[in-house]
Design a protein around this ligand. Sequence first.
Ligand code: WQD
Length: 346
Amino acid sequence: MTKKNKAYSKVKIVVTGGAGFIGSHTVVELLEAGYLPIIIDNFSNSQPWIIDKIKEITSQTPIIYEGDCNDKTFLEEVFQKESSIEGVIHFAAFKAVGESIIKPLDYYKNNLSSLITVLETMQKFGVKNLVFSSSATVYGEPDSCPIAETAPRKISPSPYGKTKTICEDIISDTVNGCKNISAISLRYFNPIGAHPSGLIGELPIGAPNNLVPYVTQTAAGIREKLTIFGNDYPTDDGYGVRDFIHVVDLAQAHIKTLQYLTKHKSPFYDVFNVGTGKGNSVLEIIETFQKVNNTNVPREIGPRREGDIATCYADVSKIKKMMNWETKKTLEDSLRDAWKWQKSLK
Ligand code: WQD
């Protein structure tokens, strides 16, 4: 069998935003699971050299198309060229909570329009399976934790979060209306860490919004000190509590979701939480990071950040039951891998 034929015997999956943080880790897991990922990325929030690192990890070169999911002509050209696509994993979106408050129209336009263009292209080319990158932020301030998928979605404090809620509805309405697409929204909790190889990881542009990249940059001396946004929350130690999941565990959940989707013959829509099912406080993150990496994180206590909630962690019994997926990595693994990645960036 020639290489070309062999390549086309693999199941093709389009990965929009496939050069990004979660996207690149998912592409690695797809390659290692024997899929043929087709990356679509405009590199607005990722680096082209990540593709070379994916090749270094997997000894396989992913197919990549540089372009924007809002560009219908471009997207149709890709779907035309790459026939018999089995499914799409849609990561491509703006994702900075704070920025979305300053630039709401950019977020609504980009995040909603890119999804709509992807769905229209899927329908045109008969692509039947979609995995959507959603977020626990759709729960807003939960009434209780752990949070199950049956918990009510609440108005998210940010336009970013609101776009995730609206996108979930666009997808469920499309599935119910057109009867030829199945879709699953994965509600991520807090993705952290990096690939154990240290070759790919999170690449925040400018000062990180999220906790763990700020911790690693502070430990590396790039930031003077970490500001902890409040330690007067109604939690055991007063610090914010989140469900911090290793990005490789999260990536592997996408493979399980694809397998689950393609097993179903009739179109359906569903949502699944993806987290560890455990909550850790900001202080626990910092102290665990210092311990496993034998390093120090200079820090101060500042005021609460607007829009932050006290506690958020997942009930993950549904994905465990329906897809037999659960996290394999520990918090220590996540923080060790995050530090290894940060040190590789010097
Ligand atoms: C975690 C905890 C902060 C930074 C957001 C989005 C979610 C997803 C992940 C996109 C909180 C505290 C943080 C800092 C701090 N988004 N913190 N100092 O806000 O739970 O979730 O990011 O991918 O959709 O909502 O994550 O990492 O920003 O904050 O004290 O410099 O760390 O107050 O308690 P968050 P986070």
